[in-house]
Design a protein around this ligand. Structure first.
Ligand code: UDP
Length: 387
């Protein structure tokens, strides 16, 4: 038997978008899992090919959900009806068709995987009406309360992370045999970080091991009231018996990073913009403060990191809070002062609740989900009969 060479490997196109960080890291995780088994390319129709204002959606996403969460939620609720979503998509289709069709049809893919809810129905219409029959897979990155826009019944496979999401898929018209509950794809660096001791991870990120580490994040776009939260945490933790390392990752929110850096803090604070080694930072941390971003929660669970959830994007992230809270892996506290109090308590030496939350968080982790999804997707590609 001869092994497949690079040029005989199947071609896989992953449809993704830049909004937040979760879609991008899901795409990256799948590409890593397909390495050596497929030739992968990425296609971002929304941000790189669609006309204005669709191509501005991803850039608007961070400021929109931070400063006008209620209007975002209103849109989410309006979109919580598949028939309505399809009506709007059909209305907009003539406007986007000319721009997105050529780059899509240029892809000579044997398999398409979409990790974005707005890049399922429309690309499938284009592909199928051009006679392209390559299997199409959706990997749903909203684990508990996904908007119905994700669930195009014509896909060949739809991967979700929980039974709740499976119910939404079925209610949206997907045939049961097309829906698989696997998990959220996690980047390889997280499974690699599982092998690191806390001390090794600390050394990698340049932190000493003599004090706890509290990591604060707001997804890829630095979403949430991170400035207010950071101030409350710093005030409270400055009086901690062993003041922790306070590390704030502002993601792509440069304005927030600038404001955080300009602040005079009562304890040493490290402010970072977008980091590519989140796995090492999480492995180095004792406790995470974050909004209920699905990618971040799944990654923290992979490493057994306890979480204080400081907020959530109404609608798509609502279910994530209960998912982690009910499992005992996270505590939800939207009030920054009370959140700081909790962080202070949890980081007291020997607090048994922190260890308990870490174990619960670990139990939710699916470190090998990306590999399992890759295998399920590759199985859809018809293997030619030997001649
Ligand atoms: N992330 C990262 N570096 C950063 C900030 C975030 O790699 O500096 C990653 C994070 O690890 C996660 C993703 O961005 O994989 C954020 O996804 P999530 O679903 O939590 O929230 P979103 O950004 O999509 O709102």
């Amino acid at each position: 038997m001869s092994l497949p060479t690079a040029t005989t490997l199947p071609r896989v196109t992953i449809l993704t978008a830049n909004a937040g960080g979760g879609h991008r890291t899901a795409a990256q995780s799948l590409a890593e899992a397909l390495e050596g088994q497929a030739r992968v390319s990425f296609l971002n129709l929304m941000d790189e090919h669609a006309p204005f204002p669709i191509n501005a959606w991803s850039d608007m996403y961070g400021p929109w959900v931070t400063y006008a969460p209620h209007s975002y939620h209103l849109l989410y609720r309006l979109a919580h009806n598949r028939a309505r979503v399809i009506r709007v998509a059909r209305l907009l289709f003539p406007y986007v068709k000319a721009a997105i069709t050529p780059p899509l049809l240029q892809q000579e893919a044997d398999l398409f995987i979409s990790v974005h809810p707005l890049q399922t129905d429309v690309p499938l219409w284009i592909l199928r009406s051009a006679g392209r029959r390559a299997p199409f897979v959706t990997v749903v990155t909203d684990p508990v309360t996904p908007p119905p826009a994700w669930f195009c019944p014509d896909v060949d496979l739809c991967v979700v992370a929980t039974e709740q999401a499976r119910s939404v898929a079925l209610a949206s018209g997907l045939a049961p045999h097309k829906v698989q509950v696997i998990g959220l794809p996690i980047r390889r660096s997280f499974t690699e970080a599982l092998k690191l001791s806390r001390g090794e991870a600390r050394a990698r990120v340049g932190l000493t091991a003599d004090r706890p580490c509290l990591l604060v994040t707001g997804g890829g776009a630095g979403i949430g009231r991170l400035m207010v939260i950071a101030r409350a945490l710093a005030r409270r933790l400055a009086g901690h018996p062993v003041p922790p390392h306070l590390v704030i990752i502002a993601g792509r929110n440069r304005a927030l990073a600038r404001r955080l850096r300009a602040e005079r803090w009562p304890l040493p604070v490290q402010v970072l913009e977008f980091v590519n080694n989140m796995a090492e930072w999480m492995a180095a941390a004792d406790l995470l403060v974050s909004k209920a971003g699905p990618g971040t929660l799944a990654e923290a669970a992979c490493l057994g990191l306890p979480i204080l959830i400081s907020g959530f994007i109404p609608g798509q992230e609502t279910g994530n809070v209960e998912w982690f809270r009910q499992a005992g892996a996270a505590i939800y506290e939207p009030n920054p002062e009370r959140l700081a109090h909790l962080a202070d308590e949890l980081l007291r030496p020997g607090n048994p609740l922190l260890a308990q939350m870490a174990a619960r968080s670990c139990s939710l982790g699916r470190p090998h989900a990306a590999g399992e999804i890759a295998q399920a997707a590759l199985r859809l590609i018809a293997v030619p009969e030997p001649v």
